[in-house]
Design a protein around this ligand. Structure first.
Ligand code: SF4
Length: 614
């Protein structure tokens, strides 16, 4: 039989800024390819020409693949526009090449529209690709391929590994200076079906496990091949506690022997019991990771009901936070704005509830993205909840390729209005979150707000509603930054353009200006809370001052730190010597300002304050 020449296109953004050159191995299309390549039928005739993993100039890619029989594209939000542009050009130049599109971007709901809009695509594969692509190849050899292949799930996950079968060997040998990231999959599927997520609908509710032996062999391969960063692709790592703990121990063992991986990240089990923290602790102790994500998406019961997350036990979130905080384990919490049924009232209360349960380090807010195969993208769901959306360029992006000026922006469809949250309120609610993230988590008002809340003087919501009002009406630097940021947000949503920031980073854009105006920002905080000199002095010293010399000593009449970290029940007067320090000093002002963003989850911008009685 004639050989079948095939190329795979699964590009992703470059990572690492100027610090290093990082890329993702194209794992999912590697799985699809190796599944067929390892069969008797195709093992001798399937020939892999190119494996495109980066966003090269599309003409250069066409020059490499125009003589192939098939070019298979794995499509998702981070390469959809790039893939379309490349496929269109390829079809124009080499009309005989068969173009196959698969991946999570191929829509269950809008497939007819995609077929209509993308005439240069010969075949669409919906959902899991291994079985469908294998059937496609069989049909290709018989010259009778179909337009659409709908997947059956792979029932037995004892399938070939792209790592162990050498799919990536060539690109790794050809790119010795790249630091690789990749995915490790120990199971597939998710028992939940959150409306905004395309995972449940794609891989269905039943979780299927990969054979343990195969997972261990892959971990050995990842260590031997010096893979820097592993992302556990499981939707709920820790759900099979004993098995997942054994996998964790295996990774630790491989790291001890090979020095790799350096970093491991995971989607933690959403109904995590406290024992999952034991796995997190192992991740942290080995330097894999700095904390645990505790995503809530919303704190309102009605919203959670609509988005089908009510079955998750958010009630024990506070217990988890207490353990994480007591053990000094970092954590961060994600929410989405705006979800269906969320109102201004529930949103602001929810954010303050997140503070109430003990999350003071890191909160992230994501726009409600309409993922292609998520329930929230279904026409009737959108209509039922009055979604209005805009298409945003570059909401999620990495570094651009240094060897080309060609930039094909990826576009994300995000909800900006619902029947319970009009557009203007959405803007204000984003700004309310901006205030909590920058002022509370960023430290400017955190000590005061925590002391007042824990001393039962004023709830978080009372504090931050007041501050929000004052911010909106402030004539000083804070009011100016607030108005500028709201305007930038509005402009981005209306025109797709935003100067000086991109997409999600807009949240932290103003932090540079806040830190350049330390004294004036603190005066604003003082006006908002109107607390005594001693507490305000403590607050002032909590936020790193770019112009101060550290360590810095000051006096306090109360041990505020022990009070807010629940080490003492009551504030008792005394005489305390305080030493404010920063973990590591910056070298230049620009480095300081950059670290405010890049090291925010590690707490950069806030001082460690140690107290001793005098
Ligand atoms: S958000 Fe997480 S828990 Fe919910 S369906 Fe998606 S993968 Fe599953």
């Amino acid at each position: 039989m004639n050989p079948i020449n095939i190329s795979i296109v699964q590009p992703n953004f470059r990572q690492g800024g100027n610090t290093f050159k990082g890329y993702w191995l194209p794992y999912s299309s590697g799985c699809v390819y190796s599944y067929s390549k390892e069969t008797e039928e195709f093992k001798d005739i399937l020939q892999l020409n190119q494996l495109i993993f980066r966003r090269e100039e599309i003409q250069k890619v066409v020059d490499k693949v125009f003589a192939d029989d098939i070019v298979m594209f794995s499509c998702y939000m981070w390469n959809w526009e790039y893939n379309k542009a490349l496929a269109e050009l390829l079809k124009k130049i080499a009309p005989d090449v068969k173009i196959v599109f698969g991946g999570p971007q191929i829509s269950e709901f809008y497939l007819d529209t995609q077929i209509n809009d993308l005439p240069y695509v010969d075949t669409f594969i919906v959902s899991e690709g291994e079985l469908s692509f294998n059937q496609y190849l069989k049909d290709f050899t018989n010259n009778r391929t179909e337009k659409i292949y709908r997947a059956n799930r792979v029932q037995d996950l004892n399938i070939p590994s792209p790592y162990l079968t050498g799919v990536f060997d060539n690109i790794m040998q050809e790119n010795p200076d790249v630091k690789w990231s990749t995915t490790l999959e120990t199971n597939r599927g998710c028992p939940f079906s959150c409306s905004f997520c395309d995972w449940g609908s794609l891989t269905y509710a039943k979780i299927k496990k990969f054979p343990e032996e195969k997972v261990y062999q892959e971990i050995e391969w990842l260590g031997a091949n010096k893979i820097e960063y592993i992302f556990m692709a499981d939707a709920n790592f820790g759900i099979f506690y004993e098995r997942d703990m054994a996998v964790t121990d295996y990774i630790l063992d491989v790291q001890a022997r090979t020095g790799f991986p350096a970093t491991v990240n995971a989607n933690w089990h959403k109904n995590a019991k406290q024992n999952v923290i034991e796995i997190v602790k192992k991740f942290i102790s080995n330097g894999f990771n700095r904390g645990m994500t505790l995503s809530v998406q919303s704190m309102d019961e009605q919203v959670l009901d609509v988005i089908k997350r009510k079955n998750m036990q958010t009630s024990h979130l506070g217990d988890m936070m207490d353990i994480l905080n007591a053990e000094n384990i970092g954590s961060y919490t994600e929410l989405i704005l705006p979800l269906p049924k969320e109102t201004t009232e529930t949103w602001r209360k929810g954010l303050c509830d997140v503070l109430e349960i003990g999350q003071h380090r890191s909160i992230e807010i994501w726009f409600h993205q309409l993922l292609e195969n998520a329930q929230s993208n279904q026409p009737d769901h959108k209509e039922q909840h009055g979604f209005k959306s805009v298409d945003l360029p570059d909401y999620i992006m990495g570094d651009l390729e240094p060897d080309t000026d060609q930039h094909i922006p990826e576009v994300t469809s995000v909800v900006v209005e619902t029947d319970t949250m009009p557009y203007d309120e959405f803007l204000d609610n984003w700004m309310y979150a901006w205030m909590i993230i920058n002022f509370h988590c960023g430290g400017w008002s955190q000590i005061v707000a925590r002391v007042l809340a824990m001393d039962e003087v004023q709830t978080y919501q009372d504090s931050y509603d007041t501050m929000f009002y004052k911010m909106q009406h402030d004539d000083g630097i804070v009011g100016k930054i607030f108005k500028e940021t709201r305007e930038m947000l509005n402009n981005y949503l209306q025109t797709g353009k935003v100067d000086g920031a991109h997409g999600h980073t807009l949240f932290w854009h103003a932090n540079r200006k806040l830190h350049k105006n330390h004294a004036e920002v603190m005066e604003f905080v003082q006006r908002s809370f109107n607390v005594g000199f001693d507490l305000m002095e403590f607050q002032r010293n909590f936020v790193t001052d770019i112009n101060a010399e550290y360590p810095k000593n000051f006096n306090s009449e109360y041990d505020y730190m022990s009070f807010i970290t629940k080490k003492i029940d009551k504030l008792k007067p005394g005489k305390f010597r305080c030493r404010a320090d920063v973990e590591k000093q910056w070298n230049t002002e620009e480095q300081y300002l950059e670290w405010l963003y890049f090291r925010r989850r590690q707490g950069f911008g806030k001082n460690v304050i140690q107290l001793s009685r005098t």
